[in-house]
Ligand binder design. Structure first.
Ligand SMILES: Nc1nc2c(ncn2[C@@H]2O[C@H](COP(=O)(O)OP(=O)(O)OP(=O)(O)O)[C@@H](O)[C@H]2O)c(=O)[nH]1
Length: 768
């Protein structure tokens, strides 16, 4: 039965659509709005798809998958086709028209890019697919990381004319880190430059992966009409009679020599290689071949081959490769079949932690969205037990208990209310006000205690690797340090509270956004992952919170470090209100290369009471936060506490102050050095523009590492200081008449040479 809220939503939409139809008639020229109307129209009461999805499926039929790639590879277009073919939408959304389901933020639709990862649920051939479309732009890489943390499998989408691009490499590594099995989809096969062998080679070379080719294309470029399924030996051809053909109808026939002798021999060869490759990777399949089918490998049944490919994928020994053209509506249905056939169900992935909770609820909050009416909406992945609406849950990280009012199933920007949801699913909760990204949610404090007892018992028996309360918390998400910052000012002081509230909400949604107050000027500082990230935040403050803010110039987040060891002592002797405070602290520092953190150690004979220890460490830590050169964070330093002597009556605040002052002194003595963020840059451009672009990079202190050929294009691999890359997209557009693309990501923090460093110091001091 349709839940009440969904029914109300649907009926509400229906009545508003009747009125809307009249207006739209008058605005027939607005094509985009018409398409959005059509999208809404698909939610009329006879659209049963969203209702069907409400049923809790068997865990073995759930696929929690992410869709990931380099910017513009076609993730959103592919997702739109999946929703369409699965019957969830009745019109094909188009990124170029700005009416896709998953890119529902205004900025996403305007810019045609994905910013937030959106969750969509749909069913495909008796399977429930929870799919997350993740952003390709490096500024939103935390979104990818968050999604990967809760996914069981992923589809990596490639532009078949470009192969592996810079951001694919990053997301691939992220997926490796989370041990996520993948399938590859070589998209844009309709592009005349698309090349299957080139893409396969680049997957091998750049990703060091083992591609398992399951399809070969039929036709190429504009003549790309379908593919041959190497498992079943069938050819799948899409009927392309007109440009409005939506790809729903396709013809599947066994491939025979009467169709195309050349294609048949090509397919035979590719199938034999596939069988050999799978036999090499899977012992069970090898045994089957050498036993029953030793006379004729080709006679091995397709189900056996499919099962072996599944084992290979789950063991991450190989990645199935499929091809198609999402835009031209070819190859997406076989991709959906591959998702259900090869990617893992939640119960195929063995998560140690969930077993301590047995049948009790254990879930991970992986994303927070702010809704003006309903407050924070928290996305959770359920690992064990059942989550129920109107229930009280316990947040293990915060040791707090909260009431969850409603449970929803996420359909992009639409949600359907459900009473409960079981393990393996992804849900959206309303009412959790304290929970943030990375928190573990369980049913009660008692169930957390029971799980802890189980973990300890197992640990005592020497079998468990996880012991103690720390083991009861699911690993959260690593947030990289921001590289850019700028001041943000409200239009008037009266609006400062509204701005603080807006930033608090945005920060809860986006953990990569950092907000701090400048201790000297009292100004609010926004710290972000890149120019685009800060621009989007600025835009959201205006649109979603109605505050017109002014952003100061974008500045690079430098770091400070030391070049050599140093040691010193400092004495603080101060009388405050007749009370004399006297403390002497001795510290030594040594460079701790190749690390971005700082450490505190104690000389052997130094033993301090706990309150003094805390005070000294607080003083040292505060100096790590603001270096002596320009007040940037310090990294790569180990500080040893050599001595501390305190006269009676001295307060701990004075001990901290002395440690902090001594720290500044010793850092200066050890020679403070500015570190600047160095970015890896990859530019794809036409050969004719190469000279201009290289000349420009030379002026930006860029170092060229390699210039590769990619079909008719050149790919420049370089590293450039971030400070030189402000507004680069506009410059590159001008230099190449808009034909080049680039991607930029943080590679490391590097020491600046003395001239560049003094130029920065002069600039900061206002001398230039
Ligand atoms: N020729 C061709 N173009 C395609 C195909 N798929 C997508 N495109 C186009 O490629 C561009 C990018 O497509 P998107 O689906 O937005 O790509 P994305 O990977 O989601 O991009 P981001 O969300 O910005 O990372 C759009 O102009 C699409 O129309 C395809 O199969 N063939």
């Amino acid at each position: 039965m349709l839940p009440r809220l969904a029914l109300e939503n649907t009926l509400g939409r229906f009545s508003s659509l009747v009125g809307c139809a009249q207006n739209l008639k008058n605005e027939a020229q607005s094509w985009c709005r018409w398409k959005l109307w059509r999208r809404n129209y698909s939610f009329l009461p006879d659209d049963v798809k969203s209702v069907r999805s409400v049923v809790n499926p068997d865990i073995s039929r759930i696929r929690n998958i992410g869709i990931m790639a380099h910017i513009d590879a076609g993730k959103t277009t592919t997702t739109e086709r999946m929703l369409y073919y699965s019957g969830y939408t009745r019109a094909l959304g188009d990124v170029d028209d700005g009416d896709t389901v998953t890119d529902f933020m205004v900025q996403e639709r305007e810019r045609g890019i994905t910013i937030q990862s959106a969750a969509v649920t749909f069913d495909w051939k008796e399977h429930r697919i929870n799919l997350i479309d993740t952003p390709g732009h490096v500024d939103f890489t935390v979104e990818v990381e968050r999604a990967l943390r809760v996914l069981d499998g992923a589809v990596a989408v490639f532009d078949a004319s470009a192969g592996v691009e810079a951001q694919t490499l990053t997301v691939w590594r992220q997926a490796d880190k989370h041990c996520v099995p993948r399938v590859c989809f070589l998209n844009k096969m309709d592009n005349p430059r698309a090349s299957l062998p080139y893409s396969i080679e680049s997957i091998k070379k750049k990703l060091k992966a083992n591609p398992v080719l399951l399809q070969i294309p039929v036709g190429s470029g504009k003549g790309f009409v379908g593919l041959v399924d190497l498992i079943t030996k069938e050819q799948v051809i899409w009927n392309v009679k007109s440009s409005s053909e939506d790809g729903r109808v396709f013809k599947k026939t066994p491939l025979s020599s009467s169709d195309n002798a050349e294609l048949l021999s090509q397919a035979k060869e590719a199938r034999s290689s596939l069988i050999e490759q799978v036999a090499d990777l899977d012992d069970e399949f090898a045994e089957l071949l050498l036993g029953e089918f030793s006379e004729n490998f080709d006679a091995v049944p397709s189900e056996k081959l499919r099962a072996a490919v599944r084992r290979v994928t789950l063991a991450r020994k190989g990645v199935p490769v499929l091809c198609g053209s999402a835009l031209k509506n070819k190859g997406v249905q076989p991709l959906l079949d591959a998702i259900t056939a090869y990617l893992p169900a939640p119960n195929d992935r063995h998560l140690h932690l969930a077993r301590w909770y047995k049948d009790d609820l254990c879930a991970l909050a992986f994303k927070v969205l702010h809704d003006k009416q309903r407050g924070p909406l928290v996305f959770v992945r359920i690992y064990s037990g059942t989550m129920k609406a109107q229930s009280v849950v316990h947040n293990v990280n915060r040791n707090s208990t909260e009431r969850m009012s409603r449970l929803l199933m996420p359909f992009a920007d639409q949600q359907v209310e459900i009473p409960s949801l079981t393990a393996g699913n992804i849900a959206l909760t309303v009412g959790l006000k304290q929970t943030v990204t990375g928190d573990t949610i369980v049913s009660s404090k008692a169930s957390a205690a029971a799980a802890e007892r189980r973990a300890l018992k197992e640990g005592e028996r020497g079998r468990g690797s996880e012991k103690g309360p720390g083991s009861l918390v699911l690993a959260g998400v690593e947030i990289p340090e921001p590289v850019f910052f700028c001041t943000v000012e409200p239009p008037s002081m009266a609006k400062q509270t509204d701005l603080d509230h807006a930033l608090k909400c945005l920060q809860r949604e986006d953990p990569s956004l950092k907000v701090r107050t400048d201790p000297d000027s009292g100004q609010t500082i926004l710290c972000g992952m890149g120019e685009l990230h800060i621009e989007i935040i600025h835009d959201r403050i205006r649109r979603e919170y109605g505050i017109e803010t002014h952003l100061g110039p974008l500045q690079v987040a430098y770091r400070e470090t030391i070049l050599q060891p140093g040691s010193t002592t400092d004495t603080l002797d101060r009388t405050l209100r007749d009370r004399r405070h006297v403390v002497t602290v001795g510290l030594s520092v040594t460079p701790w290369e190749e690390t971005t953190s700082c450490d505190i150690a104690y000389k052997e004979n130094v033993e301090l009471p706990p309150d003094v220890k805390v005070a000294v460490e607080n003083g040292i830590q505060s100096s790590y936060l603001q270096g002596p050169l320009l007040g940037y964070p310090v990294q790569g330093v180990t500080t040893t506490v050599e001595s501390v002597s305190i006269q009676p009556g001295t307060s701990m605040a004075m001990v901290s102050a002395c440690a902090s002052r001594c720290m500044l002194k010793v850092l200066r003595q050890a020679g403070v050095q500015l570190l600047e963020p160095l970015m890896s840059l990859e530019i794809t451009l036409e050969e004719g523009h190469l000279g201009y672009v290289l000349g420009d990079l030379a002026q930006r202190r860029g170092a060229i590492h390699d210039i590769q050929s990619r079909h008719d294009n050149k790919v420049v691999l370089a590293s450039v200081p971030l400070a030189e890359m402000m507004g680069y997209s506009t410059v590159l557009r001008t230099l190449t008449s808009g034909s080049a693309t680039f991607s930029l990501q943080l590679s490391s923090y590097e020491a600046m040479n003395p001239q560049d460093q003094s130029a920065v110091l002069d600039k900061m001091a206002g001398l230039v």
